[in-house]
Every structure is written in structure tokens, then in C-alpha cells.
Design a protein around this ligand. Structure first.
Ligand code: ATP
Ligand code: MG
Length: 809
């Protein structure tokens, strides 16, 4: 064998070597995480080229993400002197796009066809529904979108769908109309890329034979997560169906791990593996069992955990690396404490152990968990990047909610106005908005003020929107920040809107998380506490700003009269935003909004900057990091409550946990918290059942240095139904950690009788603004402030420690 001593093959183990150098023919490589599957695929491509068994043009490789495709190309170009551009390496969608571009006429597409992303697709469907007067209560556009996508994933055109009930018939009809609209406009959605390309291969025999001859080598990574249509597409490329048997000229090598199948909810079929073996008559099956990624303590955890799943194809992982550090498990009193602990550990890893920030990942099960962690990293000036997702305050639903809140504070905020004037949809079209903008421009007033000048039904709708804001402003007078946000989210129709979306649950969670954010801003953080740890980046946001000032005060509208006062005041308290003379202060809402815009500012790590990586477990598939933190390993969160109904759900969660654990090379940290503010509520979660499935020898339990609220009473769990683990499964290490459940729920902070005696409803006198009525009181001690309505002076927020308010009987 001319290439058996090729440097390419150096360092491969026997199974890997066998896989890389397989003779022509189909093969399945089934192997656990970190065993070198992706590396084998890449190396095989290089080896085929180097030994002259393949030309670049004969290779097609499918990866799961664009990032993976780029990495593969990068590695190949470093291994080989070839121009790698002739190879087809990409995601399914990317490859289909390439094919359709090359054969747009055969595919009956315009040469410059456009691809709709999910948002565009939704607006296209909405337009369609409007045109045909579809009742969007009965057929919410988002649901239609998923219906259409689901049909396409199954390879079904409208004519193929068997509709037995009137609703389905209607949806099929709309699917048909949607297709016609897309065709007319020359656009394709993601599902269409795949389906159209499949049909092209199926129906055009010349083209099919051309590609079958061309792609002698087809390689598929993450095969366990392919869906039905993708598998059919591969079959078209791989060979000729002949009397039910596959006669194939090419070699298909699929690599996968049934234990890492985590996209069932999107139509992925692990069953494709069994089908592949059967339909392609796969004789070569290779297992890779040596893990090169992780130390054995980490691997033991992964193996032990996944062994609790049934129906596995069965494989194990071993490593020749030593045990490494134990897997650290941290139980924190609260989610804030959990995040603070992560930040501390991250600092240590970087400072004492020489870890690079980009080699540290924080993984979470739900997107909503990221906010608290982002905030802690932000406050500690640690650059971070949220991978495959938006930072909390940049998410669309959050921006929508903030836009409504901003309009309460300032009806003339045009960006906010335009963002939500027709969101949720209230029949205000682009044309109407143009008219409104022209009118406003013509008379030099704001959009808000121009609505009365617009006539007709368009004008009525616009006025309705403004009236709605006025009512909201009225309704939220005297309310706490929490109540304001909740009212706005409900009354604006945002919650209702997302409730009707198939995947709106996540967005509702985020909206509730906004309430949590506000709550902790007001009560736990205090108005200006962030000031203590204001990151250096914030300097750039307001040039010349004094670092000793609170970010909230720096986020103020520079024209606001209070800014000067605010900048003179001491940092760190609500008083930093107070006019010393009158006691006027920012409303909690205004302060929170500035806080939000500041956190949304572009302190996100720059590309290429060494930054901690934050992502969901789903997004982490295929990646690896030196250190991995997995937060919120709690019942209801991980496993997620939506998946706890059935065994299948739990097993998918367990696979997710397996994926998460196996991302770590050197250090792994798992944490759970006794209390967590999530979705606007405090939850008392018990630690995840998954902890019971980990081998005790590989673990190290750490307790918080000092307990926060909801203290750990060493005895509180002993002998009780919680805590004392029957059979001593957790052995002596369990030690003081007997309270695995919240044995004694936290005592709510005692509400001391406020000394100022202010409360809503009483009459007061201010020496500048005169008589007024207290609408609301917030905060404690020096931070206490009241919202007071003063007749012609309007409604003001006053800091009670400064404003000279007297109570009028
Ligand atoms: P996953 O299931 O998570 O996608 P994988 O099976 O694709 O994992 P790879 O990412 O290919 O695994 O490999 C894991 C790590 O082990 C990589 O850093 C890779 O470079 C390294 N590795 C693989 N094989 C070897 C080997 N023979 N010698 C040294 N390092 C190896
Ligand atoms: Mg891989």
C-alpha cells in the first residue's frame, strides 16, 4: 500500500486507520463522542486524494453546520497541496443550493432565485393569508409555516398530503397557494431547497446519472440527525434503484452516534441508520471506542449516564488519558450565586491554570438561562460570545417588549414606534406607515402626534394604536416595575401573539425572564449597584463618562435635565440619579430601560477576541472545549419539564446531557441551584435525576463558601424524606450536602416597616411641586422612592431620602 506510511495516517488507532483506508463500498462508522469520527472523515478525504483514488470533484461531504464545513475545508487545505474548491463540502441546505444554482432551469427557478429565511417565510405566509382572508385565529401563520415545513421534510407536495378533515384540507390549499406565490416571486424557503433538489435528482434521469457518476465518494457526518428527506436525497445521489435493491456505484460513508441524536423534534430519524445498513447492504461497520477528547473522570460520567437509556446500538468509550480532575458539582443557593460562582471559577481557570477564554464554554438547556450568566460575565468584564443565538436583550421578543416600555416613557421614540406599531399585527401596512411618516415630516411632529392627521381607516387604526399606548400609560401609573412589564406584555398582545406560535413557548419564557430581570434589577441589584463593577467597555458607550457613575445614569438621555445632577451624585445608589434640589429621580422603568440598552450595547466580544463561549447544549454538538460548565442541572430544567411526560422524552434529555458532558476535554463543572428566578417566578428546583446516574468516584461536590439566603442547615435534611440518600449511594463525599432538596424553604426577606411612612394613596406636600398623591413606593432605605402625582407638575419619581416630602393628613 503506497500510502500506508503516509504522514496523514500517523497517530491513528487501528479502527480509525481501518475506517480511513476502507476499500470502496458503503460503510457505517458508529462511535461515541470524541472518538474521532469527524477526524476520520476529514482524514479519509485527504487520504483518497493523496493516493489518487479520488479527484476533488468526486467528493461530496455533508456536515451539520456551516462552521463544521468551514473547519473541514480549512483542515483539508492545510493537509493537501490541492485546490479544495472542486469538492462539495457543506450542509445539506448548502449543497442543495449549489445544485439548484447549477441547474436552475431544470429546477424551474429563475437564475437569481432568493432564499427566504424563517422570518421572511413567515411574512410571506402572512401576506398570503391576508390576501385570501384567512382567519388567522384558526390558522395562525406560524402554524401554517410549520405545517408546510413538515410536509416538505417528509417529501410531500400539496397533492401528496392526505387530508381527511376540513382544517387539514384548508392548510393543504394554503400550502398550494404559498407554493404558487413563491414560484411567482422567485423565492425558495429552506425546506424547498432540499425538496426541489431531491425532485430534480429523482425526475431528471440525465442529471441524476451525471451526479451519481461524479460523486464516487459521499461522506456524511452526524448521520443520526438526518431526516427522511435528507436520507432520500442521499439515496438519489448514491445509486440506482434496481428492482428494490440498490445498485450503487459510489461509496457512502456515514458516521454517527445514536447517543447523540438530539433533533427528533425537527424530524430527525435515528432509524435512518438501520435503514442505511439494510438498504445499502452495508457490510463494513466500524466502531471507534477510544476517546481522544476527555480525561477518564469526564468520560466515566458520560458512559454511566448514557447507560441508563434503552435501545442503544451499544458502544462504549475508553481513554488512555488519566483520570484528570474530578468532575466538580456545585450546589448554589440561587441562580445569581451560581452565575457568580461560574465567573469566579472562570477567572481562576484563566489566571491560575492558563486556560484560554475561548476554550471555556458555558452550556445551558434553555436560552432563558443565559441572561443571568451574561450579566455576571458582563459585570466582571469578562468578554463572552453567545454562539448560535442572540444576547438576551437583543432577542426580537425582548426588543418588542422594551419598545412598548420605551413608548410609555417616551411616546415620540420613533424606532420603538415603528418596531411595534404593527406588532402584533393590527392591519397597519407599510403604505400606511409611509403616509404617516410623510405627514409627520410635513408638519414637523412625531409619528405619535401625526396619527390624528391621517384619515380613513388607516388613520383609525393608527389612532387606535396610540390610544392603546395612552391607556397603558394610564393603567401602569403607580404600578411596580414588575406590574408595569407584565401589564404591557399582556395588553400589548405580545404574550397572546407568541402563545399562538408553535415555537413561541421559548419566546414567552424570555418575556417572563424580562420580568425576572427587572425584578432583580430593582430588588436584588438595587438601582445602581452595577456601578460597582462597571466594565471598561462601558466607557466607550458614553465617551467621557465617569467610571464611578452607575451605568443607569450614563444611559440617560444626554439631554435630560437630570443628567448633570446625576453625574454629580455619588455612585452606587439610586441617589446617583437624583436631582439634589427637588429629589426628582428616574422612574424605575426609565432606569431599567437604560440598564437594558447598556447591557445590549456592543460589549459582545469582537470576532477573533478571546472570549468565553455561551451556547445551548443543542448548539454545542460536534464542538469541544478545555473546560465546560453546565448550569441548571435541575429537575424541570434538565431534564426539561416538557420532556418529562414519557420515557422517550427523558431519553432524549439524557442524550442531550451526554452531548453536553462529552464536550469537555479537561474540566467539567455541573451546577444546580436551590432557587432560580425563571420565567418571572422563583422556582425551588431539586437537583436533576441525572446526578444519581453519575459515578461517585469521578465527582467532587463543592459547597458554597458562605451560604446565601435560604441557608444550608447541616441537619435540616437528615432523617427527613430528602437528603439522606438511602443506601449511602453517595457515600461519605455527600457529607454536609444532605440538603439536595430545599429542606427548609427560604424565609422571604422580612419587610421592615418603612420609616418614611409613605404608601400608595396618601396625600403629601413637596415644597416645590405642592400637593400630590402617592401612587407607588419602591425600594428600601436610601433607595426608597415614591411615585407622586402633582396636579399640574405631573407625575414624578422622588427619592425619599432627599425629597422633602411631608405627609398631609
Ligand atoms: P463528536 O461525536 O463530539 O462529534 P467526534 O467523534 O467527531 O466527536 P472528533 O471531533 O473527530 O470526534 O475528535 C475528538 C478529538 O480527538 C479531536 O480533538 C481530535 O483531533 C482528537 N483525535 C481524534 N483521533 C485522534 C488520534 N488518533 N490521536 C490524537 N487525537 C485524536
Ligand atoms: Mg464530530
Amino acid at each position: 500500500n503506497p500510502a500506508s506510511n503516509s504522514p496523514l495516517l500517523a497517530g491513528l488507532n487501528d479502527e480509525q486507520l481501518a475506517a480511513v483506508t476502507l476499500p470502496a463500498g458503503h460503510a457505517l462508522i458508529l462511535a461515541g463522542a470524541g472518538s474521532g469520527k469527524t477526524r476520520v472523515l476529514t482524514t479519509r478525504i485527504a487520504w483518497l486524494l493523496q493516493t489518487g483514488q479520488a479527484t476533488p470533484g468526486s467528493i461530496l461531504a455533508v456536515t451539520f453546520t456551516n462552521k463544521a464545513a468551514k473547519e473541514m475545508l480549512l483542515r483539508l487545505s492545510s493537509m493537501l497541496p490541492y485546490n479544495v474548491r472542486g469538492m462539495w463540502i457543506g450542509t445539506f441546505h448548502g449543497l442543495c443550493n449549489r445544485m439548484l444554482r447549477a441547474h436552475y432551469q431544470a429546477a424551474k427557478l429563475p437564475q437569481a432565485f432568493q432564499i427566504l429565511d424563517t422570518q421572511d417565510q413567515l411574512s410571506a405566509i402572512k401576506r398570503l393569508c391576508k390576501q385570501f382572508n384567512v382567519d388567522d385565529e384558526r390558522f395562525p401563520p406560524k402554524q401554517l409555516m410549520y405545517f408546510i415545513a413538515g410536509c416538505k421534510e417528509e417529501g410531500m407536495r400539496p397533492a401528496d398530503v392526505v387530508a381527511t378533515d376540513p382544517d387539514t384540507r384548508k392548510k393543504v390549499e394554503l400550502y398550494q397557494l404559498y407554493e404558487e406565490q413563491c414560484q411567482r416571486e422567485g423565492v425558495v424557503d429552506f425546506g424547498e431547497l432540499m425538496l426541489r433538489s431531491f425532485e430534480l435528482l429523482r425526475d431528471d434521469v440525465h442529471l441524476r446519472q451525471h451526479y451519481q457518476r461524479r460523486f464516487q465518494h459521499i461522506l456524511v457526518d452526524e448521520f443520526q440527525d438526518t431526516n427522511k428527506l435528507q436520507y432520500q436525497w442521499l439515496k438519489q445521489l448514491a445509486g440506482e434503484a434496481d428492482g428494490g435493491r440498490y445498485v450503487s456505484q459510489s461509496s457512502v460513508i456515514a458516521v454517527g452516534d445514536d447517543d447523540q441524536s438530539i433533533y427528533a423534534f425537527r424530524g430527525a430519524r435515528v432509524g435512518n441508520m438501520a435503514d442505511f445498513i439494510r438498504e445499502f447492504g452495508v457490510k463494513n461497520q466500524i466502531k471507534l471506542e477510544q476517546n481522544y477528547r476527555s480525561y477518564s473522570n469526564i468520560l466515566d460520567c458520560a458512559n454511566a449516564l448514557i447507560s441508563h437509556n434503552s435501545n442503544r446500538l451499544g458502544k462504549n468509550l475508553r481513554t488512555t488519558q488519566g483520570p484528570g480532575e474530578p468532575v466538580r458539582i456545585y450546589e448554589s443557593p440561587s441562580d445569581l450565586a451560581e452565575a457568580a460562582w461560574m465567573v469566579d471559577e472562570i477567572k481562576q481557570l484563566v489566571k491560575n491554570d492558563g486556560f484560554k477564554r475561548q476554550e471555556i464554554a458555558v452550556l445551558y438547556r434553555s436560552n432563558a438561562q443565559s441572561r443571568v450568566i451574561e450579566s455576571a460575565l458582563f459585570n466582571a468584564s469578562i468578554p463572552y460570545r453567545v454562539y448560535g443565538g442572540l444576547r438576551f436583550f437583543e432577542r426580537a421578543e425582548i426588543k418588542h417588549a422594551l419598545a412598548y416600555l420605551r413608548l410609555l416613557e417616551n411616546p415620540h421614540d420613533e424606532t420603538s414606534f415603528l418596531r411595534v406599531v404593527n406588532f402584533p399585527a393590527r392591519g397597519i401596512g407599510a403604505r400606511t406607515i409611509e403616509v404617516l411618516q410623510d405627514t409627520a415630516r410635513g408638519s414637523g411632529c412625531s409619528l405619535n402626534d401625526a396619527v390624528t392627521a391621517v384619515g380613513g381607516s388607516a388613520g383609525t387604526k393608527l389612532q387606535g394604536f396610540v390610544a392603546k399606548l395612552d391607556v397603558l400609560r394610564e393603567q401602569t401609573q403607580g404600578k411596580t416595575l414588575r406590574e408595569i412589564i407584565e401589564t404591557v406584555q399582556e395588553q400589548s398582545g405580545l404574550i397572546e401573539h407568541y402563545r399562538n406560535e408553535k415555537e413561541g413557548a421559548d419566546r414567552i419564557e424570555n418575556l417572563q425572564e424580562l420580568v425576572t430581570a427587572a425584578e432583580s434589577f430593582v430588588t436584588q441589584e438595587g438601582f445602581g449597584r452595577d456601578a460597582v463593577a462597571l466594565p471598561v467597555d462601558a466607557q466607550e458607550i458614553l465617551p467621557g463618562a465617569n467610571l464611578s457613575q452607575s451605568p443607569a445614569s450614563q444611559g440617560l438621555d444626554p439631554n435630560a435635565p437630570l443628567l448633570d445632577e446625576a453625574l454629580k451624585a455619588p455612585a452606587g445608589t439610586a441617589a446617583s440619579m437624583v436631582n439634589e434640589d427637588t429629589g426628582e429621580t428616574m422612574s424605575p422603568l426609565a432606569a431599567f430601560l437604560s440598564h437594558a440598552s447598556l447591557e445590549a450595547g456592543d460589549n459582545q466580544a469582537q470576532a477573533g477576541q478571546d472570549a468565553v463561549q455561551l451556547m445551548t447544549v443543542h448548539a454545542s454538538k460536534g464542538l469541544e472545549f478545555d473546560a465546560v460548565f453546565i448550569g441548571g442541572v435541575e429537575e424541570g430544567l434538565f431534564p426539561h419539564e416538557n420532556a418529562m411526560m414519557d420515557r422517550g422524552g427523558i431519553e432524549e434529555e439524557r442524550r442531550l446531557a451526554y452531548v453536553a458532558i462529552t464536550r469537555a476535554r479537561k474540566r467539567l463543572y455541573l451546577s444546580h441551584s436551590q432557587t432560580r428566578m425563571l420565567h418571572g417566578q422563583t422556582r425551588y428546583n431539586t437537583k436533576s435525576r441525572f446526578f444519581d446516574e453519575l459515578p461517585e468516584e469521578a465527582l467532587k461536590w463543592i459547597t458554597p463558601k458562605q451560604s446565601g439566603f435560604g441557608s444550608f442547615t447541616p441537619n435540616s435534611g437528615a432523617g427527613g424524606s430528602y437528603g439522606s440518600r438511602a443506601g449511602g449511594q453517595f457515600g461519605s463525599n455527600w457529607g454536609s450536602k444532605q440538603t439536595d432538596v430545599f429542606a427548609s424553604p427560604p424565609v422571604p426577606k422580612q419587610k421592615a416597616e418603612p420609616s418614611h411612612g409613605m404608601k400608595a394613596g396618601i396625600a403629601v406636600f413637596h415644597n416645590k411641586f405642592g400637593e400630590g398623591k402617592v401612587l407607588a413606593v419602591e425600594g428600601q432605605g436610601d433607595d426608597a422612592r415614591a411615585q407622586v402625582s402633582f396636579g399640574r407638575h405631573g407625575t414624578k419619581w422622588l427619592a425619599l431620602s432627599i425629597a422633602k416630602l411631608t405627609i398631609v393628613d
